[in-house]
Design a protein around this ligand. Structure first.
Ligand code: ATP
Length: 353
């Protein structure tokens, strides 16, 4: 439905977008994900008509989008700040765009009622924005954005102003609503969890380029580049060369893995935190020996630093003089303290790049 072909945009010395090509399907919930400054907002602004590319083309339903002025495009934008009119009621805020288009009064009323029901705010039609919670204001903004039935809705960091709990609720709500209204959504976010939970497919951006486009699970399980493995997967990455039975990493010996590549090829082994088994091994215990048999390999060392961050913990393990930072599932690391002797292993790596 939407084809972005070889789009580049430079601002002086800064290349905000470099030959970006993407195809977005009808009815899809699509996320543009990347760190600050990677160009995702510039792409959104190009789609909305507030910015133009130096090169490349964009078509929507086969028609050249770039030749249409912003207000003619069948596209709506929902901003980070909801920009609701404070002096107008919820119903008036939602009706505003339709009234400007000279839609008949009865039709406006019907469509406002319909959309209020969809977002669960029928009872709030007469309130003003300051009488609503953050989550409710978010719903009004969404209702206003979809009431004109755009072909495409662009959402710029839609949930970043909400606190964590409300954000989790709104994520589910947005997904449900998108499904129900069937409008194609393109969301910009720097939050990988948000992109993963919302989108059908994600384009991961780094420095103006698309690194990978895939479904969330694919990105997580089969990252195509080091950047994606790092940004999306919170992976442990080990550098080395392919050797018999795994990867020969500098100073760490052969780490378990089965890369399908010729011996000697430089490679990067990615292991997700939850795949790593970390045990306390004061001596060479049976358990550590068992890990070796079961998982095919084991790294031993001393934990020099342990920090818990919710479900995931950072443990710095000194292995033969090298500090090796590892991310592990907290569940397996609660007994480990700085100074503990530890053994860690994994059954299979998540990928070799
Ligand atoms: P953020 O999440 O911080 O908004 P982003 O990924 O959306 O970041 P963009 O806003 O698209 O990034 O910016 C990409 C790059 O282009 C940045 O280096 C930015 O400073 C630069 N840039 C964007 N707009 C302009 C402009 N109008 N003039 C000059 N430089 C710009």
């Amino acid at each position: 439905m939407l084809k972005i072909n070889g789009v580049s945009r430079r601002f002086g010395d800064v290349t905000a977008l470099s030959e970006v090509s993407l195809e977005i399907r009808q009815g899809e919930f699509f996320a543009l994900l990347g760190p600050s400054g990677c160009g995702k907002t510039t792409l959104l602004r190009i789609l909305a008509g507030f910015e133009f590319p130096d090169e490349g083309s964009v078509t929507l339903d086969g028609e050249n989008l770039l030749s249409q002025p912003a207000h003619r495009r069948p596209i709506n934008l929902m901003f980070q700040s909801y920009a609701l009119f404070p002096h107008m009621t919820v119903a008036k805020n939602i009706a505003y765009g339709l009234e400007r288009e000279k839609v008949s009064r009865s039709e406006v009323r019907r469509r406002v009622e319909e959309v209020l029901e969809k977002v669960g705010l029928s009872a709030m039609a007469g309130r003003r924005p300051h009488q609503l919670s953050g989550g409710q204001r978010q719903r009004v903004a969404l209702a206003r954005a979809i009431v004109k039935r755009p072909r495409l809705l662009l959402l710029d960091e839609p949930l970043s102003a909400l606190d964590k709990k409300v954000r989790a609720e709104m994520q589910l709500e947005l997904k449900r609503l998108q499904n129900e209204v069937g409008i194609t959504f393109v969301v910009v976010t720097h939050d990988q969890e948000e992109a993963m939970s919302l989108a059908d497919r994600i384009a991961v951006f780094s420095a103006g380029r698309v690194e990978q486009v895939d479904a969330p699970v694919e990105l997580y399980e089969r990252p195509a580049t080091r950047f994606v493995a790092d940004f999306v997967g919170a992976n442990n990455l080990f550098e080395g060369q392919v050797a018999a039975g795994g990867l020969a990493a500098d100073g760490l010996g052969v780490l378990p893995g089965a890369p399908d590549l010729p011996a000697g090829t430089p490679a990067l082994l990615a292991v997700r935190p939850e795949r790593i088994r970390l045990i306390e091994a004061t001596e060479v215990t049976d358990e550590a020996e068992q890990l070796k048999v079961v998982d095919g390999g084991v790294l031993r060392g001393e934990a020099v630093d342990v920090s818990f961050y919710g479900g995931i913990s950072h443990v710095s393990v000194r292995v033969e003089g090298h500090p090796v930072p590892v991310l592990v599932a907290t569940q397996g690391a609660t007994k480990v303290r700085a100074g503990s002797s530890v053994a860690l292993s994994w059954a299979e790596p998540d990928g070799v790049l």
